[in-house]
Design a protein around this ligand. Sequence first.
Ligand code: HEM
Length: 407
Amino acid sequence: MSTANLSPLSAQWSMLSLADNDPFPAYEALREKGPVVWDPGMNCWLVLSYEHCKEVESDEGTYRIVVADAPPLSFEVKGGKPQLSSLLGDEHARMRRLYQKLLGPSQMPKYRDEHVVPVINDAIDRFADAGKAELSSQFSEVVPPRIMASMFGLPWRDDGLLADIEKWHRDIVSWIGMGYSGDEVTRKAKLASDQLNEVFRPLVLARRDLRGDDIISQIWTHAPEYYGPVGVDEVMAIVRDVELGAGETTSNAIANLFYLFLTNSEIRDAASNDQEDGLNRSVEETLRFLGSVQWRYRVANRDLTLGGAAVKKNDKLCLVHAAANRDAEHYGCPHSIDLERKSPADHLAFNVGPRVCLGMWLARLKMRESMKALMSRIPEVRLDPEKEAPHFRAFSHRSYGPLHVVF
Ligand code: HEM
């Protein structure tokens, strides 16, 4: 039965009906039912409040990650060995130390100069003389994967290779989205994984013996100190994990920042007039206001009560960060852009607790540098009124698009 025309207050309504539609009115309507509500179509609890999302993701003893229940094939397809996002306890904490070394704040100045700024300028060079562009396909979707390729020491200007890598990632993400099932999707995901391994394995082997300045060399160098001894398979798994996590999330976040810059005068003025505090606040408010990652899942380890809901052992919980980031119990004027918030980074876009995103410094850096470059190189940029207007596309990972602009 289609639930598209049902009210969110109806017992049969499901979040599944929100694909490609603005989700925020429905999140607000749902709150009338309570902070934790059952979704029959998604077959899980939707956690809508800031307080309860934070409680769940801070308590790994009570709520486990969904990949803990994933089939062994999922590790094979995602890179060969359990990756950071599927490790638990002490091993997870040790692996996080290594990731923090690779992706932490101290690395950002080097990454900015050597990878982020050159890739961003190259992307703008490609359309700067045209007087028009579509900033999703010509900028936000291509820049983060090229930056990662540059960091890994791949030929990032090779559009054919980058398009292949993007397609292989999509095949794997579709399979994850299907709950690791479906014959054809599984076949495609395995093939994609084999092809990604063919690209990365020679690099991983080469850097074991001859180190360079790239992130694969850094993994070989720092793993023994921060994590423990590693072999080719472990390094491959780390490389594949970082690659998969870093692309779409940041593409969406950059597109959302551009969208607000193009449509919201407060963001445009703040980012243009003050490229430190004003721009930083614009980045954080974008992350809060328009969730590029709308939700994450957890599973209850026992029967419990959460926000008044009777959650059973092994029930799935969908932590709707995008709704929690507009929770009126936590934020004043949650549905408006407010660049004067006391703690601008106090949002759940990157999660909180033991699994807080380790790519957050790099993601923020890419957002900031993208905005700075667009403002300085094409200051007169504006939405093209003749073309399709942007809308908040997709489902669990979202961004505004298309972003047709003229200048
Ligand atoms: C705006 C962009 C990004 C957003 C919104 C985002 C969001 C998230 C979220 C919500 C989680 C928690 C997942 C969970 O616990 O279920 C996470 C974890 C993670 N993210 Fe990001 N992410 C972004 C960019 C990146 C980038 C650029 C990288 C790598 C270069 C990255 C690497 C990771 C890693 C390694 C984890 C796993 C942490 C752990 O399990 O301990 N992310 N991210």
